[in-house]
Design a protein around this ligand. Structure first.
Ligand SMILES: Cc1cc2nc3c(=O)[nH]c(=O)nc-3n(C[C@H](O)[C@H](O)[C@H](O)COP(=O)(O)O)c2cc1C
Length: 266
């Protein structure tokens, strides 16, 4: 198996960089191939914009989707994007390491999706979800939060971290990946001193070992369920008898009534 590891963290000594390197080493030890790309390290520009495109279809008005498709077909995508796409194409799996920043992915990672998941090439209307270009490949998010596990729980003060990562996981599913349950590590805080710092270091060492042990059992890792194309009507509404896997895609009336009932009790 060949695994592409994507690191979205500005600091080489960060816990996220440490975990990305552990992913690489663990996979190599298991006899797999692994390639690590460090988005900050290679100064990846996360801004999707006209200046990346050398053979514009329309020079008067920049339409990102149209230019992506055009440059894909012309084989004139920006060289970085082309390289990342060929790494994705070659990989059987991708592991993405990032800190949870403002309740989502850091901008550099969001921009990586904006630019590298090229319309017309990696997805189009008849090539997405279970028919997506990345079908058969696995994708795993590994993310750290500063807040505690309880704060990031569904009933926690900061809200459900796993649910906040749903748009990112759905984007990967959109292009066809089999998305694995994200590996989330909580309470990763900087600026600690003395005993607090030592306690934190010991906890992170333990977390890192647990993650490596879990990664070694890669094939047992559960997937995140998503609705299949057949669960939707031609008008793209969830069929009444279709299963619900996320509050983001739900039987609207039932869910909204339940939420309203809870709110009205406040
Ligand atoms: C810009 C920024 C935004 C952050 N937003 C959140 C957040 O929304 N929730 C949270 O729990 N921690 C947040 N944090 C804390 C980071 O998640 C935490 O510092 C990081 O996961 C620690 O891992 P590292 O040592 O690899 O950087 C934020 C930190 C920064 C710098």
């Amino acid at each position: 198996m060949h695994v592409l590891i994507v690191l979205a963290h500005p600091e080489k000594q960060s816990f996220n960089a440490h975990l990305a390197e552990k992913t690489r080493q663990t996979l190599l030890d298991l006899g797999h191939e692994a390639t690590l790309i460090n988005l900050y390290g290679e100064d990846f520009d996360p801004r999707e914009a006209d200046w990346h495109y050398s053979a514009r279809k329309d020079v008067d008005k920049f339409d990102a989707m149209q230019e992506q498709r055009h440059h894909w077909h012309m084989k004139k995508l920006p060289s970085t994007v082309e390289r990342h796409i060929s790494l994705l194409s070659r990989a059987d799996a991708v592991v993405i390491h990032f800190p949870f920043w403002w309740f989502g992915a850091p901008a550099i990672l969001k921009g990586w999706l904006d630019r590298v998941l090229v319309y017309g090439g990696l997805y189009k209307s008849d090539m997405r979800h279970e028919d997506g270009s990345m079908r058969g490949k696995k994708a795993l998010l590994v993310s750290t939060a500063g807040a505690s596990m309880q704060a990031c729980a569904p009933n926690g003060r900061d809200g459900d971290m796993r649910l906040m990562l749903w748009p990112l996981m759905y984007s990967l599913h959109y292009v066809g990946f089999d998305v694995l349950e994200p590996h989330l590590i909580y309470g990763v805080r900087g600026g600690l001193v003395a005993d607090d710092e030592k306690r934190q270091r010991d906890q992170l060492t333990q977390q890192s070992l647990e993650y490596q042990a879990k990664l070694a059992r890669w094939t047992d890792w559960p997937s995140v369920p998503f609705n299949r194309n057949e669960d939707f009507t031609d008008g793209q509404a969830l069929k009444p008898d279709a299963p619900v896997y996320s509050p983001f895609v739900r039987h609207a009336e039932v869910a909204d009534t339940a939420v309203q009932a809870e709110i009205s009790q406040l």
